[in-house]
Design a protein around this ligand. Structure first.
Ligand code: HSE
Length: 329
């Protein structure tokens, strides 16, 4: 029998996931029954929604309820409660202060035995220790380095290996800005260019003040270093007051976690990076992560950290894992 899917949040990420599902998952035993979003409408069709039709509808600038006139309307929480879902794809925007409303959707789903795949950093960064014990599978590959499957890599390939620390560039927007600045642009010019290309939001605070990178390093630490740290445990500094680079180094916004006798020390801050450091060669919107281990030395992963299809693909990977765990494939 097909797994019944519901999607909450139908912006770039939710749509990117459907696009990947159509391209790569045509034969999967899944049936999309509900989509609920803040601005794109809310539709529920028990017999199944055609994903291509839903994408076409929003691409034409329409609301889903205009295109699927006979569909029932189930707003987000109702979709979780009444949709008879097997899997919830939660793709609403990240809120790093309260993690809401995503935290409520995810909690409600997991408590009802619905498996959850989320791209939302808030609930995982702030509430992982609570969420992991609620029943149901919770997967969140898209939250860190999006299309570069770093969480799955560690989970699948580093079993039994002790992680001694992480060090990386986990925010693409700031890395783009800093790369532009190393070419001589000022911060303001580089930010404008990042906004023009659609990397930075009109309010860029979450990226440029380091909150996004903080959430990602917290997720890595809390999931793989057995800690339950919160944002206030992290020393954080943004990039807004850095000068344009001159000299033989580049500024990078570096997220670091180091295992110490006393616990794990975590920080996000701009650092001068020189050519003998592998992070020197990570430019533009790319991300990279160095994973320091007890028996393998240091492993480095580098790749895309954002993007519609990249993030959609991370959700797709999680979907494959959930289906496998539930013995559907
Ligand atoms: N705003 C993030 C970045 C992408 O620039 O890396 C989503 O995590």
């Amino acid at each position: 029998m097909s797994a019944r899917l519901g999607i909450i949040g139908f912006g770039t990420v939710g749509q990117g996931f459907l696009e990947v599902l159509i391209k790569k998952g045509a034969d999967l035993p899944v049936k999309l029954v509900g989509i609920a979003g803040r601005s794109k409408g809310e539709i529920f069709i028990d017999e199944g929604i055609d994903p291509a039709e839903a994408l076409r509808c929003v691409a034409e600038g329409k609301n889903l309820n205009e295109c699927f006139k006979d569909a029932l309307r189930l707003p987000s929480l109702e979709l979780v409660r009444k949709g008879n879902l097997d899997i919830l794809i939660e793709a609403t925007p990240t809120n790093l202060e309260t993690a809401e409303p995503a935290f409520t959707y995810i909690k409600e789903a997991l408590k009802s035995g619905i498996d959850v795949i989320t791209a939302n950093k808030g609930p995982v960064a702030l509430h992982y220790s609570e969420l992991k014990n609620l029943g149901g599978i919770l997967r969140f590959e898209a939250t860190v380095m999006s299309g570069t499957p770093v969480l799955g890599f560690i989970e699948d390939n580093l079993k039994g290996v002790e992680i001694l620390g992480f060090r990386g560039i986990l925010n693409g927007t700031t890395n783009f800005i800093l790369t532009e600045m190393s070419g001589g642009r000022t911060y303001e010019e580089a930010l404008k260019e990042a906004q023009r290309r659609g990397y930075a939001e009109s309010d860029p605070t979450a990226d440029v003040e380091g909150f996004d990178a903080l959430a990602k390093i917290l997720i890595l630490v809390n999931v793989f270093m057995g800690k339950a740290l919160s944002p206030t445990d992290v020393k954080r500094e943004g990039i807004t007051s850095l000068p344009a680079t001159t000299g033989d180094f580049k500024w990078k916004l570096v997220a670091t976690a180091i295992k110490k006798e006393s616990g794990v020390e975590v920080s996000v801050k701009p650092e001068r990076i020189y050519p003998d450091d592998p992070l020197y060669y990570v430019d533009g919107t790319e991300n990279a992560l160095l994973i320091k281990t007890d028996i393998l030395g240091t492993i480095m992963l580098k790749g895309p950290g954002a993007g519609r299809l990249e993030t959609g693909f991370a959700i797709f990977l999680d979907l494959l894992k959930v289906l496998k765990e539930r013995e559907k494939i």
